[in-house]
Structure formats: C-alpha cells, structure tokens
Design a protein around this ligand. Structure first.
Ligand code: IPE
Ligand code: IPE
Ligand code: MG
Length: 238
C-alpha cells in the first residue's frame, strides 16, 4: 500500500515498450507511441494528484535519432499533438513544463509548440513536469564540463574550485534547481539506464516493471511507488 505521507519529491520514468506494444497489437510502431502519449497523460495527472513535486519523463534520447525517419518524425508529431491538446489542461492544473535536453535540434513545428508551452506554463507553481527530449546524460555532462572549463579559461575560477554542486548546477536539471530523483521507474522489463540521469541517479532507487509503457496505469504506478517506499535507503551510512 502506498503511504501518501512518504511520497518522493521527484519521480523519473523511462517510458519504454511502445514498439513492443505496437508489435503485440499488430499495428505500426507510431500507434504504439500514440498509446504511450495517452499513458503519459494519465501519469502526469496522477503525479499531480499524489502531490509529487517533480515528474521527469524520458521521451526521446540522443540515441533515438538512429531510428527510421518515419518513426522519429511520428514521435515529434505526437509530441506536438500532446502539448497542443493538453496545454489548456496543463495550465488549469497549474503544471509547469520544462524541457531537459537540446530541443533546438528537433523539427521547427515541434520546437515552436514546446516553446509556447514553456512560456504559457512558466508561472505555474504546481507539479513540475520535465520532459527529456533529445536528452543524453553524457551529452549533458559534456556541455556542463565545457561551460566550467570556459570559466577556468576566463580566470573566473581555478580548477581546484570545481565542486560537485557546481557540476550539478551546470546540468540541464541544475538550470531549474531540480533535486535528484529519489526513484527511477523503467517499464517493459529492460533493466538499464540508457544514458538517463547518470549523475543525478547516484542514490536513486530503481524500480523495473514488466508492463509495456502504454499498459502502465495509475494503479501500476502506485504499486511501483510502494516498492520504492519499501526500500531501505542508506546513502553509504550504516
Ligand atoms: C519507448 O518505446 C519510446 C521511445 C524510445 C521514444 P520504444 O519505442 O523504445 O519501445 P520498444 O523498446 O521498441 O518496445
Ligand atoms: C530509452 O529507451 C529512451 C526512451 C525511453 C526515450 P530505448 O528503447 O531507446 O533504450 P534501449 O535502446 O533499449 O537501451
Ligand atoms: Mg525501447
């Protein structure tokens, strides 16, 4: 049973299994991604209801460009559809949307809709909903290290002044002061991070569930969070 008084502040989710869901239903992969968007919508609403402060979802990785042009453009079209059809609801629910990743690289129409969503939800102070798009943890660290190297080069700091906090602040999550996720959930039975939040997950609990992402319901979400609550987090102490 989920204990509502011990909710994590930040939940991160690797939404995996849309392709296998499509295969199992004998439909094109893009319909799997469409079903995945519907599942995501419910999880966003439910996170808000549970009083979670930060929800981060992995929507598109820096490696996902390896997929076919049809699949990639299909994913971005769906993203536009989601943010356009849901903008009103996100605003009503006081959700603040933030993007992790270099979204300058995504198609123009998708970028424009995302920017509109960022602007129009900017002042909301409810659930902080972070969408990782064209996100890769190694790319994120490379950018941060490069910025810090520039500060050294400009004489603003010495190399020995580099702190863990400084590195964290130069990551995409640092730009918005997002705390490390207490729990990372991955669906579809795969048990790996696939370049997601490598720095931020140093002490995260991992919950792997077999459901394919489109089948992941709010009830299954609560079960995954209850598994997180059953863990004994020690942070290296005794
Ligand atoms: C996750 O589902 C969505 C993205 C990576 C964009 P997949 O498309 O990876 O689904 P599987 O792993 O092929 O089943
Ligand atoms: C991770 O899933 C990326 C997203 C869910 C967006 P992938 O399906 O791309 O990961 P791998 O290839 O199985 O590691
Ligand atoms: Mg996958």
């Amino acid at each position: 049973m989920l204990d509502r008084d011990r909710m994590p502040r930040h939940v991160a989710i690797i939404m995996d299994g849309n392709g296998r869901w499509a295969k199992a239903h004998n439909v094109p992969r893009v319909l799997g991604h469409n079903a995945g968007m519907k599942a995501m919508k419910k999880i966003v609403d439910h996170s808000d209801k549970l009083g979670i402060e930060y929800l981060t979802v992995y929507a598109f990785s820096t490696e996902n460009w390896k997929r076919s042009v049809e699949e990639v453009s299909g994913i971005f079209k769906l993203l536009v559809k989601y943010v356009q059809s849901d903008l009103k609801e996100l605003i009503e629910n006081n959700v603040r949307v933030n993007i992790l990743g270099d979204y300058s690289a995504i198609p123009d129409d998708a970028r424009a809709s995302l920017e509109k969503t960022l602007r129009e939800t900017h002042d909301n102070d409810g659930l902080k909903f972070n969408i990782a798009i064209n996100y890769g943890s190694r790319d994120e660290m490379r950018r941060g290290i490069s910025e810090i190297c520039q500060m050294v080069k400009d004489g603003e700091i010495d190399p020995e002044d580099v702190t863990e906090e400084m590195i964290g602040a130069h990551l995409f999550t640092g730009h918005e002061n997002i705390p490390d996720p207490e729990v990372i959930i991955r669906t579809s039975g795969e048990e790996r991070l696939s370049n997601f939040l490598l720095w931020q997950s140093a002490y995260s609990e991992f919950v792997f569930v077999d459901d394919l992402w489109p089948d992941f319901t709010p009830a299954r979400y609560e079960e995954a969070l209850a598994i997180y609550q059953s863990r004994d987090r020690r942070f290296g102490g005794r």
